[in-house]
Write a protein that binds this ligand. Structure first.
Ligand code: NDP
Length: 448
């Protein structure tokens, strides 16, 4: 389905002309604008105030050179990005992605999505995103440190605890955040909560590591309960990826009674009919930084298959894509539907293509979009900011309880908005609308 409303169509055409070739960004804008059609009809004041034209344009885009020296003494140059998209409801907030695929389009799509996701959490956080085409894979710790220091040397001029608070994302884990925080502190002589995802000994929050995966399962459990009167209990679950989100989604889905039978990485996937042994996965991925393939060598009865997309041909009740964008295309969606999937909830950002989402919605499958379902990570980052401001640390149980509550609220806000705006049960529309309205009203009241 394409955008029908003439005003929104004109805005979208302008975005296309202004950002040629940025396919991920244009895909994200298209999806949001399409959902806003009923809002535009009900809220002419927002059209008058030019809110949509403004929200699709980042407030600020920073692109910079990141020179660093490798272990052979050779100078390497990467490109750094920070897109400060919207600060209407709080300081810019969003992760830093370190991956060779990073480009302006990817960071802008992520930053744009982040505006609505952060709004849905109910916490005072604006939207931003950043990163670099640097690949930490295969680099020594010292190379990663030199890169992070160079990256932060420039980034430090643009961020601050009340201005812009970056966090981790693909390729940016505790090690990278530590090096970046250390460099910021050295440059500014300030010990402040300028980054989240920090180590526990220097201002990190308990449960931040687990938050996105746990939050995804809390959201999915509420969706299953309210929309299908069921739960994870006894369900077969397929999860893609084997990084931070996938690992903790596996842990929580299992705790809630589901059986996770598959995980993947960018080379291939493993299938274990007995249920994934998470201790083995954690040892391979978190301790040894190895490949998921090694699981099949260590766990009898499990099978490894080369290539990623085949994971969606495994029969399951619940699919949780937790790897990367556009990993479920129409063919994968059709395979999941043919195999009787009941619910798909996105742990990764934009893992389903628009055609795949349409297929799920048309087939009556419960579908939880990323900006609602994976908001637990940034929500807990928001809780880390609160703890840093208070100079206090909350217990794991306190943070986890707040996270669960936030995810349940996000589900109900998205569901209620879908109902109010005439698309009951369509959580894609509901999440976009609920996230948008709060930011749009704040923008309107603040003037241009
Ligand atoms: P990690 O880097 O920890 O893990 C990413 C995982 O996905 C790795 O196992 C990686 O494999 C795998 N992967 C990458 N590309 C592909 C591919 N094409 N096919 C299959 N697997 C692939 O990242 P996170 O777990 O932190 O993030 C995963 C997703 O969740 C991203 O979209 C991220 O933006 C999103 N997200 C993360 C949050 C967080 O708190 N961490 C918060 C909200 C969203 P390999 O090792 O081979 O690269």
């Amino acid at each position: 389905m394409a955008i029908q409303n003439a005003y929104l169509k004109a805005v979208y055409e302008k975005v296309c002309a202004r950002n040629p070739g940025e396919k991920e960004f244009l895909q994200a804008v298209d999806e949001v604008l399409e959902s806003l059609e009923p809002v535009i009809e009900k809220r002419p004041d927002l059209v008058e105030a030019g809110i949509v034209e403004q929200i699709v344009e980042p407030e600020r885009q920073i692109i910079f050179r990141v020179p660093w020296v490798d272990d052979n003494g050779k100078v390497q140059v990467n490109r750094g990005y920070r897109i400060q998209f919207n600060s209407a409801i709080g300081p810019y907030k969003g992760g830093l992605r370190l991956h060779p695929s990073v480009c302006a389009s990817v960071i802008k799509f992520l930053g744009f999505e982040q505006i609505f996701k952060n709004s849905l959490t109910g916490l005072p956080m604006g939207g931003g995103k950043g990163g670099s085409d640097f690949d930490p894979k295969g680099k020594s710790d010292m190379e990663v440190m030199r890169f992070c220091q160079s990256f932060m040397t420039e980034l430090s001029k643009h961020i601050g605890a009340d201005t812009d608070v970056p966090a981790g994302d693909i390729g940016t884990g505790a090690r990278e955040i530590g090096y970046m925080f250390g460099q910021y502190k050295k440059l500014r002589n300030e010990f402040v909560g300028v980054l989240t995802g920090k180590g526990l000994s220097y201002g990190g929050s308990l449960a931040r590591t687990e938050a996105t995966g746990y939050g995804l399962c809390y959201f999915t459990a509420e969706m299953l309960s309210c929309m299908k009167n069921t739960s994870f209990e006894g369900k077969t679950v397929v999860i893609s990826g084997s990084g931070n989100v996938a690992i903790y989604a596996t842990q929580k889905a299992t705790e809630l009674g589901g059986k996770v039978v598959a995980l993947s990485d960018s080379n291939g996937y493993i299938y274990d009919a007995n249920g994934i042994n998470l201790d083995v996965v954690k040892d391979i991925k978190e301790v040894k930084r190895g490949r998921i393939k090694e699981y099949a060598d260590r766990v009898p009865g499990s099978v490894y298959t080369e290539g990623c997309s085949g994971i969606w041909t495994i029969k399951c009740d619940i699919a949780l894509p937790c790897a990367t964008q556009n990993e479920i295309n129409l063919d994968s969606a059709k395979a999941l539907i043919a195999n009787g999937v009941m619910a798909v909830a996105e742990g990764a950002n934009m893992p389903s293509t628009p055609e795949a989402i349409e297929a799920f919605l048309n087939a009556g499958i419960l579908f939880a979009p990323a900006k609602a379902a994976n908001a637990g990570g940034v929500a807990t980052s928001g809780l880390e900011m609160s703890q840093n401001s208070e100079r206090l640390s909350w217990t794991f149980e306190e943070v986890d309880a707040k996270l669960k509550n936030i995810m349940i609220n996000i589900f109900h806000n998205a569901y209620n908005a879908s109902k109010e705006y005439g698309h009951e049960g369509n959580l894609v529309s509901g999440a976009n609308i609920a996230g948008f309205l709060k930011v749009a009203d704040a923008m309107k009241w603040q003037g241009i």
